[in-house]
Design a protein around this ligand. Structure first.
Ligand code: NAD
Ligand code: DAU
Length: 342
């Protein structure tokens, strides 16, 4: 049995990952370290609490004593804890640097102190956003692991700083650090500030969907289960010091995505509300994940789109109580501030 520390396990990707680790892999025991910020929700893990292979610690990765005690006895770390939403990083940058940069360094340092030398694997869950933005004009160009790191939002800059620190701990101390850089995830339990659950739940509430700018920005959409499998493939078959891009070859403009959601929901285009563009809005992300395919034997499942999108919409339809609770209280304040709507 391998005891794995998952940080940020009460969030969207972390909770899907933990559920997969417990249900599909008998050899993992999971310790979930999460501070339960606005996007951390233990309801995302309903059903896991009773599993003897699962335990939860409420705590902050940027706090050295918490990090040190959480990693005790662990055989590996999957570090997902982060402030994750670009729009929030525009209105309030500081928490991003604390959680994503200082938090990553604190956890790396705790792992180094506990392990010494190369130690056991530490997987840093980075993002394709560290590569910055691609123009729309050259659709054949995609990010490879050797592309320059030129992040353009505070979110991506704070993640890129964590990414550089992860590399530095490998280079300087010889630690077994591995990095994944994945594209845009979708699936169940995603916090409804991100575009897909925001649009789906808005439509269910009879509200319009706020499309930024001209709607031509492009994202490569990957199902969260594919990302979770990619993280586990990195843990099981990755190598120290290596970076693995994880993408789905599934580039869609926001306009195309919005039309698909409207179609699935059976609503008309009049539900689109064109709103002001995001400041510094990255135009296009596109990921070349051939290295992960070659070296990890990992590939996103092609069936995830549009089938996975339809199933995801159905999940939000079937789990109205979950998102209505999430969208109440402080969320209303956030939404009103973000979009100026009541
Ligand atoms: P999320 O916001 O849903 O979850 C983040 C979790 O981290 C929450 O449970 C939160 O409580 C926890 N957390 C935040 N700060 C913490 C701290 N200081 N200490 C302990 N826990 C803390 O985000 P997500 O979409 O699940 O993203 C998870 C990770 O994956 C992030 O590192 C993100 O950068 C990365 N990522 C996300 C995507 C995506 O499309 N969502 C794509 C690539 C990479
Ligand atoms: O690429 C990986 C990244 O994907 C992750 O690292 C981030 O954690 C994750 O949040 C996501 O970042 P994006 O900024 O791409 O995701 P978001 O869902 O916020 O926006 C997707 C696109 O939709 C983006 O071009 C902005 C647009 N958008 C978003 C919102 C919230 C809108 O048009 N309207 C909206 O209301």
């Amino acid at each position: 049995m391998k005891k794995i520390l998952v940080t940020g396990g009460a969030g969207f990707i972390g909770s899907n990952l933990i559920r997969m680790m417990l249900s599909e892999h008998e050899g993992y025991e999971v310790v979930n370290l999460d501070v339960l910020s606005y996007s951390g929700n233990l309801e995302n893990l309903t059903g896991c609490e009773g599993d003897p292979r699962y335990s939860f610690i409420k705590g902050d990765v940027s706090e050295p004593d918490t990090a040190a005690s959480a990693i005790e006895g662990c055989d590996a770390v999957l570090h997902l804890a982060a402030e994750s939403h670009v729009d929030r990083s525009i209105t309030g940058p500081r928490p991003f640097v604390v959680a994503n940069t200082l938090g990553t360094q604190t956890l790396l340092e705790a792992w180094r102190q506990a392990q010494g030398g190369e130690g056991a694997p530490f997987v840093y869950i980075s993002t394709d956003e560290v590569y910055g933005s691609l123009p729309l004009e050259n659709p054949e160009v995609r990010f490879t692991e050797d592309s320059p790191i030129v992040p353009s939002s505070v979110y991506s800059a704070s993640k890129a700083a964590g990414d550089h620190l992860a590399h530095a701990y490998h280079h300087t101390y010889g630690m077994d650090v591995r990095i994944t850089r994945c594209s845009n995830n979708f699936g169940p339990y995603q916090f409804p500030e991100k575009v897909i659950p925001l649009f789906v739940t808005n439509l269910m509430e009879g509200r319009k969907v706020p499309l930024y700018g001209d709607g031509l920005n492009v994202r490569d959409w990957i199902h969260v289960d594919d990302h979770a499998r990619g993280i586990l493939a990195t843990l099981e078959r990755g190598k120290a010091g290596e970076v693995y891009n994880l993408g789905s070859d599934n580039e869609r403009s926001n306009l195309e995505l919005t039309h698909m959601i409207l179609d699935i929901m059976g609503t008309g285009k009049d539900m689109i509300e064109h709103v002001e563009d995001r400041l510094g809005h990255d135009r296009r992300y596109a990921i070349d994940s051939s290295k992960a395919q070659r070296e990890l034997g990992w590939q996103a499942e092609r069936s995830a789109w549009p089938d996975g999108l339809e199933k995801t919409v159905q999940w939000y339809r079937d789990n109205e109580e979950w998102w209505r609770r999430v969208k109440s209280g402080a969320y209303r304040e956030y939404y009103e501030k973000q979009y100026g709507v009541r």
